[in-house]
Write a protein that binds this ligand. Structure first.
Ligand code: NAD
Ligand code: 2ZO
Length: 519
């Protein structure tokens, strides 16, 4: 599928983009071992100064332990922040065009490194096909913000008597990025792209489930020429994240993760009067009208539910289908879902890999069990999948699931499952479906399929969601702002809009005459 125009080149064409002689990672599923340190500070991989608790990092495809991750404590977090502070002094004084050149170089290097997608697949469990798309979106993001870096500017405002004012768009300082495990490398690029373009430094903490690929990003930034210490990586879970959020020298926090953690982040940020970007969860509606192109609507519903094993924040998991086409649509969706190739995520033809870990797989299974108890009908999938390949037998696989006979008050329709589970809900009128689509605490995304252009725009205007799709779903052009309404968060990533969240405006008032004193 064309997830992003030009981003899904077949392997034969993609190889044309890879400079000959560059190192590629040859690891197959079940063979990678991680030996190098996963913290990055002052331009180099380092062992954390105070590495305390060890977290096991798994390969979801096999259930193997990839490494034991030392979690960074107070000392390491402080060293990373101090390293970023020092680099900020240099980077923030460079012109936008100078920053642009370095960021373009980073984008160019990422584009050549096929091994990043391999790493992402091994650590996250998503198919290599998808991981490549994620990495394409990542370098495109850096390219896009490199382009904006050179044109960041304030305005000039004329005042009476020849006096005037002007505004300067200035960086914030050391920004903290905290990421979720579903798009490890991409989330780091969505945060560091606008942050660095605006002249900030960053300390990034990936999820402890997926600590590996972000360190490659740090190395690439250094190779591209950022000052040493501009982009640092600390590792760990909630405790490390808290240390970052509470650090007095941190100017901003950009968080991607669940709603409950988002609330805690906002509380910590409030105590330090720090601006926050919150990219949180969702339970988004996808509305299929009977006049839609059925083939596209079916493809759209699959795209809205089954990318990355359904572990996608903006997934359209509540699929509202106009009753007239319910049976035809459902039959076709079930048929296509059953054909999704599950298995070794590094194989070229796999389209669904393994879920992130055993507890999460069990949680998703729990939602399906509860759905059945509440009266939903499993139309396909939902059970565990055991691949034939013996090395995959301890991996975290399940068959993608379509639920019928769903009601709005069922848990599977109300709560974010974050797995490959689609709920189909019939509707009769536009007014009714909009009311039901908006009856949720979330507001991340929404979509509509119809051939009626007026209806399409009317419906998305009425949806209370930050990212809406007409006649497609889950495409991700970096030029478009992305972010939520309501409990799904605030602030935006991607597009020009993100610049607002990584910079501050200084106003300068210039007197060209004499001071008129009132004293
Ligand atoms: N809106 C978006 O752009 C977006 C994108 C991806 C994922 N998500 C959401 O993320 C969730 C899944 O990701 P997850 O399970 O990693 O979420 P999570 O909230 O459990 O963890 C996210 C990150 O926060 C850290 N963390 C946890 N507790 C913390 C604390 N008290 N202080 C500071 N940091 C803390 C974690 O270590 C991790 O790095 C889903 O709800 C999904 O919808 C949202
Ligand atoms: C790239 N997607 C598919 C739009 C996902 C964005 C991040 C959400 O989890």
């Amino acid at each position: 599928p064309g997830l992003r125009a030009g981003s899904c080149l077949p392997p034969c064409l993609r190889s044309l983009l890879v400079a000959p002689g560059l190192a590629t990672m040859s690891s197959a599923t079940g063979t990678l071992t991680v030996q190098q340190p996963l913290n990055y500070r002052a331009g180099a991989r380092v062992q954390p100064a105070d590495g305390g608790q060890l977290e096991e990092v798994f390969e979801p495809a096999t259930g193997r332990v990839l490494c034991k991750l030392p979690c960074s404590g107070e000392k390491e977090v402080d060293l990373a922040v101090q390293s970023a502070k020092a680099a900020f002094k240099i980077w923030s004084q460079m012109s936008g065009m100078e920053r642009c050149r370095v960021m373009l170089e980073a984008a160019r290097i990422i584009r050549q490194r096929e091994e990043i997608a391999t790493m992402e697949t091994i650590n996250n469990g998503k198919s290599i096909f998808e991981a490549r798309v994620d990495i394409d979106i990542s370098w495109q993001c850096l390219e896009y913000y490199a382009g904006l870096a050179g044109s960041l500017a304030g305005e000039h405002i004329q005042l009476p008597g020849g006096s005037f004012g002007y505004t300067r768009r200035e960086p914030l300082g050391v920004c903290v990025g905290i990421g979720a495990w579903n798009y490890p490398f991409q989330i780091a690029c969505w945060k560091s792209g606008p942050a660095l373009a605006c002249g900030n430094a960053m300390v990034f903490k990936p999820s402890p489930f997926t600590p590996i690929s972000v360190v490659r990003l740090a190395e690439i930034f250094t190779e591209a020429g950022v000052p040493k210490g501009l982009f640092n990586v600390v590792q760990g879970g909630a405790a490390t994240g808290q240390l970052l959020c509470q650090h007095p020298d941190v100017a901003k926090i950009s968080f991607t993760g669940s709603v409950p953690t988002g609330m805690k982040i906002m509380e910590m940020a409030a105590k330090g009067i720090k601006p926050v970007t919150l990219e949180l969860g969702g339970k988004s509606p996808l509305i299929i009208f009977s006049d839609a192109d059925l083939e596209n609507a079916v493809k759209g519903a699959l795209m809205a539910n089954f990318l990355t094993q359904g572990e996608v924040c903006c997934n359209g998991t509540r699929v509202f289908v106009e009753r007239k086409i319910l049976d035809t649509f459902t039959k076709e969706v079930v048929k296509r879902t059953q054909k999704i190739k599950i298995g070794d995520p590094l194989l070229e033809d796999t389209r669904m890999g393994a879920l992130i870990n055993r507890p999460h797989l069990n949680r998703v299974q729990g939602f399906i069990k509860q759905a059945k108890e509440q009266g939903a009908e499993v139309l396909c999938g939902g059970d565990l999948y055991v691949p034939d390949d013996p090395k995959l037998k301890n991996g975290y696989y399940m068959r993608p699931c379509v639920l019928g006979n769903c009601k709005d008050d069922m848990t599977c329709v109300k709560e974010e499952i974050f797995g490959p589970v689609m709920a189909i809900l019939p509707f009769d009128t536009e007014e009714e479906v909009l009311e039901r689509a908006n009856a949720t605490k979330f507001g991340l995304a929404g979509g509509v399929f119809t051939r009626d252009i007026q209806k399409a725009h009317r419906v998305v205007a009425a949806l209370k969601a930050g990212m809406c799709f007409i006649n497609n779903y889950n495409v991700s052009p970096v030029e478009l702002p992305f972010g939520g309404y309501k409990s799904s968060g605030f602030g935006r990533e991607n597009g020009r809009a993100a610049i607002e969240y990584y910079s501050q405006l200084k106003t300068v008032c210039v007197e060209m005459g004499d001071v008129e004193s009132v004293f």
